[in-house]
Design a protein around this ligand. Structure first.
Ligand code: ATP
Ligand code: FE2
Length: 321
């Protein structure tokens, strides 16, 4: 069985075909002219490159068993553009449509790519920061950001210092030469908040290396704390790190130390599967199709607030520990 998947929740329009493994993957990212992502401009970008991106992966339309698409969460205009394309293709090819939750897809491609089985997932991207784990047929959200995603926070700080977008890599580079200064650390229960930390970092007069270093140390320590507590609560022994911020070596190192102390194992997918990509939608769409989780056209509306725990994870039937 081969499934076509289309991802386009935010900046990256990406399509892939998944069979027993990844068959093809092609992306065309939207590059904002200035500042952050403008949702309408991103959607126009997706529409204008949709045909090219799909054509690049869809060499043999006759072999496609279903069309999967990122149904949410994400930017409304982008999601609607992708949903329209997916519906049209499914109708034209006369195959089922599969609506995939973007966060669930990050977890599933991560499990596939790393071979981990039942992890606590730390998902840190631009718009999202969540700690998730499988419990009784759902991916439960153990903790999440109460304001902005960590990646967007880093990008906002970077913009205020005139670093190029996205800001994460430049902050990481500068942080290596920095020392530690005190910045606000905010974990409330199992949830996180970053905007106070980002403002304090922007306003700090300390050397830029120290600010970058401390911004990373503080934000990552918050993420590691919540991940560790979720591990303990759920009684699991694997951690999966996904999302664009997973590229950061210091975040991986801090998670690795925590995992070693707890006798847990850390898994990080190769880079092409960490950020937003069509492969994760095609793969998750395929396992959903195999378990009958297809959509009627009338139920295929985009859902910009689609939460991971709304999805019935019918493809996982492991007994609970
Ligand atoms: P989503 O739609 O899931 O929120 P996204 O559109 O933000 O995802 P991703 O590719 O998952 O896309 O993440 C992009 C983010 O990753 C940016 O905010 C960027 O600054 C951050 N990032 C990239 N490299 C690094 C790095 N080395 N260190 C820290 N952050 C990084
Ligand atoms: Fe994502």
């Amino acid at each position: 069985t081969k499934v076509l998947g289309i991802e386009g929740t935010a900046w990256n329009l990406s399509a892939a075909i998944f069979g027993d493994e990844l068959v093809s993957l092609h992306s065309n990212p939207y590059q904002p002219r200035s500042g952050g992502i403008h949702p309408r401009e991103a959607a126009q970008h997706h529409a204008s490159v949709m045909k090219e991106v799909i054509a690049a992966v869809l060499t043999d339309p006759g072999e496609i068993a279903a069309v999967a698409f990122s149904q949410g969460p994400g930017l409304g205009p982008c999601l609607r553009t992708v949903a329209t394309a997916a519906r049209t293709l499914a109708l034209a090819l006369d195959v089922p449509l599969v609506g995939v939750n973007h966060c669930v897809a990050h977890i599933e491609i991560g499990r596939f790519a790393t071979g981990c089985d039942d992890p606590i997932t730390l998902y840190v991207s631009g718009a999202n920061t969540q700690v998730l784990g499988y419990l009784n047929g759902r991916y439960r959200i153990f903790g999440e950001t109460l304001d902005i995603g960590l990646g967007n926070g880093l990008d906002k700080f970077a913009r205020s210092k005139d670093f190029p977008h996205p800001g994460g890599p430049r902050i990481e580079e500068l942080s290596r030469g920095g020392g530690y200064i005190d910045l606000p650390y905010t974990v409330k229960g199992m949830d996180l908040a970053f905007s106070g930390l980002i403002s304090a970092a922007q306003e700090s007069r300390a050397p830029i290396e120290d600010v970058c270093h401390s911004l990373q140390e503080t934000a990552f320590a918050m993420c590691v704390e919540v991940t560790e507590r979720a591990l303990a609560q759920a009684g699991k022994d694997e951690v999966l790190l996904v999302g664009g911020v997973a590229a950061n070596a210091r975040l991986r190192e801090m998670l690795q130390v925590m995992c070693e102390e707890r006798g847990a194992r850390l898994f990080v997918p190769e880079r092409q599967f960490c950020g937003d990509n069509g492969a994760m939608i095609a793969y998750t769409g395929k396992i959903m199709l195999e378990h009958g989780a297809t959509l009627q056209i009338e139920d295929s509306r985009a859902n910009s607030h689609y939460r991971a725990d709304e999805v019935a994870v019918v493809w996982r039937t492991e007994p609970q520990k």
